[in-house]
Design a protein around this ligand. Sequence first.
Ligand SMILES: Nc1ncnc2c1ncn2[C@@H]1O[C@H](COP(=O)(O)OP(=O)(O)OP(=O)(O)O)[C@@H](O)[C@H]1O
Ligand SMILES: [Mg+2]
Length: 275
Amino acid sequence: MLALNDAPSIRHAAADAAPVVELLSAEKIYSDGTRALAPVDLAVRGAEFLTLIGPSGCGKSTVLKLMANLIEPSDGRILWWRGGFDSIGSDGRRLAFVFQDPTLMPWARVEGNVRLPLDLAQVPAPLARTRALAALAHVGLDGFAHHYPRQLSGGMRMRVSIARALVTEPDLLLMDEPFGALDEFTRNRLDADLVRLWWERKLTTVFVTHSIYEAVFLSTRVVVMAARPGKVFKTMTIDEAQPRDGAFRDSPRFAEYCRALSGWLAEVSSAATGC
Ligand SMILES: Nc1ncnc2c1ncn2[C@@H]1O[C@H](COP(=O)(O)OP(=O)(O)OP(=O)(O)O)[C@@H](O)[C@H]1O
Ligand SMILES: [Mg+2]
């Protein structure tokens, strides 16, 4: 049987690691009165790959935006490395956000797009260039630095967006449905790349998806959210060896996790629609 609901062990250090970002009774009511999040308690630990999944409107993006400090909670608190957001920079920590849309500058070449965060931070040009090229190599795009975004496929553009996030060497990576618009084959390939990158860097990652398969393949922990207002419904630990590959996807355990998760999602979806 699978270990559901916060099993005590996972096969890397994250279970015991200190929290990187924490929602403490965090609530969000938008200015038009929409209650997007009921008080939510959620701690993401160092080197964890945590995925949020749940019906549309359950507050996944809201949680990510709170974690990125793009919006403020209406009540409760968010802590980063057990401190306030202001202390992140002075401690030399960084976070990066990847959106569903790669949001590249069409007039700039791939290298210019990837360098943007470094140029904004006034990193000297030769160093920025070296780091941009290294980030592009990491996502399998060496040789494309001088292309324009329009010359790339959707999957390649998404890789550029990930390279732009990685170039700052973030300590916390927030990804909101980054592969949602891609075909399944490309998505599986990028998922496999992402697992490798995450494993190499032990990069604390919070990921949002609507795909059960993607959630199970990528995550050390999956948080299922329910809607109206958004809240944590249940948590599933995916206690499997890392880094994962196609063999895990083909395994009976993978299917078992997916079945269990699918059952939980059916519960929250029927509660949301009243069906
Ligand atoms: N800026 C905003 N102003 C008002 N309401 C908002 C705002 N952003 C989100 N909401 C509302 O808050 C709730 C949660 O939205 P959120 O975008 O976090 O959900 P989600 O789980 O990411 O959905 P999806 O899966 O469709 O991306 C929804 O009811 C949404 O309509
Ligand atoms: Mg969303």
